[in-house]
Design a protein around this ligand. Structure first.
Ligand code: CO
Length: 184
């Protein structure tokens, strides 16, 4: 099933999501649907709040970016109840986008390296470190679980310049190639 993407202006995207248990109803189907929704929307990451579920789960498939960065080949994973326990290294900037913020791309500064603990779709536990684009995508998706969007990391001036675009998205004036919705 393909879900519409919940976009900016929806209070849902500002909530802190809840942890889930292994017994969460139809978790395997949900994860499959999230991968499918991400793929048809041309995203490399999708967090559960973006499909209207306030739970601590996101999926990543960075294979479409592997042409530019071969280290991303095969980086396809579900992260359940993740916890970033360390962010280290110098911050660096990279142009980010988000399915919930159609048509907006901005350079976002994030720490270079993270250590994260999480469970996969079979509830196997992992404790791993990531750097490069992988660390960036994970941090972006992780933010969604805490109600944070990439535009929150921009300078006050950049935010001001984006205000018009953001207001349009919140009014539903979006030209996205995938289906979107605002949940009030
Ligand atoms: Co996003």
């Amino acid at each position: 099933m393909i879900y519409p993407i919940v976009i900016y202006g929806s209070p849902m995207l500002r909530k802190v999501s809840e942890k889930i248990a292994k017994e969460y109803n139809n978790l395997d189907v949900l994860i499959k649907d999230m991968f499918e929704t991400m793929e048809v929307s041309d995203g490399v990451g999708l967090a559960a709040p973006q499909i209207g579920k306030s739970i601590r789960l996101f999926v990543i498939d960075a294979n479409p970016m592997a042409e530019d960065d071969p280290s991303l080949e095969g980086f396809k994973k579900a992260f359940i109840n993740p916890k970033i326990i360390e962010q280290t290294g110098d911050k660096w900037g990279f142009s980010e986008g988000c399915l919930s913020l159609p048509e907006i791309r901005e350079e976002v500064e994030r720490p270079a390296k993270i250590r994260i603990q999480y469970y996969d779709e079979d509830f196997n536990f992992y404790d791993e470190t990531y750097d490069g684009i992988k660390a960036r995508i994970i941090q972006h998706e992780y933010d969604h679980l805490d109600g944070v969007l990439f535009v929150d990391h921009l300078s006050p001036l950049k935010k001001k310049l984006l205000k018009g675009k953001l207001n349009n998205i919140a009014k539903g004036k979006v030209a996205a190639a995938y289906s979107t919705k605002i949940i009030k």
